[in-house]
Design a protein around this ligand. Structure first.
Ligand code: UDP
Length: 410
């Protein structure tokens, strides 16, 4: 089944003062020719993770510029998500792919979901592998179909890539976040667009230091001592265990340092719980380590407060499609330490807008340098914010889609 997600209202005019002027002009011009066209976004979850984050802003902005845009989520049996999580991991390089039974579940559930799709769309944008097969089962329905892959597919499990290729090939275009993620052998129009953040969302709007302190103090963060932070799903690829190890090294030099690991439980991520427990066990009974999730009522505003309060933001991923959390931190002028993978190096320019690391030791070293050099670190944060302003704010993503729609309509 496909379930509608309700989104609030947003207006492009509100973003005008934050992005460069020609961008807004180009959006208005492109939108003029596309007015009234029906656009449907489909993904696997309305909560948790970067795709949902983007769609909550992109869909209302598309509506604001005159498109008839909607968002639906694929709702399927639990085994479907077990199969698609395996796919997700295999696309990011895990050797374990799907067996025949898991493929059958994936295909059957996709077919069932297609039954509630309906018709009359001009563009259908399918995000990530979970709803990929809808195009195969639905036929083209007179729409242009776009597959938007958000994950790091630079070295996928070859067997799984072979299985998926013919399904992707049915699309009118595909979008990847980086050149190196483009599937080998794919022979349809391809675009490389990076994601972006919403500077006006509750997650990214400006919070005063006092408000941020107040919010995080309710979760046990002490106001004085330094705070290291990682915000991400509890997922091995995000390496929260490595973050705890790096924190322990920092703790040897900065005895009062605190660590917060903030991670939501996405509904399409059955592994989340097991890995959450593993992370809690790894932290042991250290009272300066806080492990929080949406189940502790950490919503967007709280994530914002943690990011605003942090002295160092870490995103120590081992694989990463893009890593919206990095742009979120840079936007808040935070010195940021990120794994040198996926889209992180696009956001962190080594030594200029933050630091890139390949190991626990390096991560700890960079955190300590930042704590020792607050002035220099702040300047890095400032450079980071301007880099995000120029490249990673949502109106640019809107422009990218409108450009693609006009190309596909010609
Ligand atoms: N996020 C959140 N609460 C959490 C953990 C993550 O709101 O407890 C958000 C985070 O702020 C970011 C998104 O989820 O906006 C994660 O996107 P990213 O691209 O970093 O990673 P993904 O989860 O898509 O792999």
């Amino acid at each position: 089944m496909l379930q509608e997600v309700h989104v609030g209202h947003k207006s492009l005019a509100d973003y005008q003062s934050m992005v460069v002027k020609p961008l807004v002009e180009e959006i208005r011009e492109l939108a003029e020719a596309l007015k009234g066209m029906r656009v449907l976004h489909i993904n696997a979850t309305s909560f948790g993770g970067g795709v949902a984050e983007i769609l909550y802003t992109l869909v209302p902005l598309m509506r604001d510029v005159g498109l008839d845009a909607d968002w639906r989520v694929i709702m399927a049996a639990q085994e479907f998500y077990e199969s698609t999580k395996l796919m997700h991991n295999a696309l990011q390089g895990n050797p374990q792919g799907l067996n025949k039974a898991q493929q059958d579940i994936y295909e059957e559930q996709s077919r069932l979901a297609t039954e509630s799709l309906g018709g009359g769309f001009d563009f259908i944008i399918v995000h990530d592998p979970q709803p990929l097969l809808l195009r195969h089962f639905a036929g083209d329905l007179g729409a242009k179909w776009i597959w938007r892959c958000h994950i790091d597919t630079s070295s996928p499990n070859p067997e799984l890539a072979r299985y998926m290729l013919p399904f992707v090939q049915l699309y009118d275009a595909a979008i990847f976040s980086m050149d190196k993620y483009v599937f080998e052998g794919l022979d349809i129009p391809i675009k490389v667009y990076m994601p972006a953040i919403d500077p006006l969302s509750t997650k990214n709007m400006v919070l005063s230091p006092e408000d941020a302190d107040y919010v995080v103090s309710q979760f046990g963060v002490e106001p004085g001592p330094p705070l290291l932070l990682q915000v991400s799903r509890f997922d091995p690829w995000k390496d929260p265990l490595g973050v705890i190890d790096a924190y322990r090294l920092v703790k040897k030099e900065f005895a009062s340092v605190q660590l917060a690991l903030v991670g939501s439980m996405a509904t399409d991520d059955p592994e989340g719980w097991a890995f959450f427990t593993k992370t809690v066990e790894h932290a042991g009974d250290d009272g300066d380590v806080l492990i929080l999730s949406n189940l502790n009522n950490v919503g967007n505003l709280e994530v914002n407060a943690f990011q605003a309060r942090a002295d160092v933001v870490i995103q120590k991923s081992i694989r990463e499609g893009f890593g919206l959390t990095v742009s979120e931190a840079l936007w808040k002028v935070k010195p940021t330490v990120g794994g040198n993978v996926g889209g992180i190096p696009q956001q962190i320019r080594e030594g200029e807008t933050g630091f890139l690391v390949d190991s626990v030791d390096q991560c700890a070293e960079r955190c300590m340098w930042i704590l020792d050099h607050p002035e220099e670190a702040r300047n890095m944060g400032r450079a980071g914010k301007e880099h995000v302003r120029a490249n990673f704010l949502m109106p640019r993503v809107l422009r990218d889609y409108l450009r693609l729609f006009s190309e596909l309509t010609k």
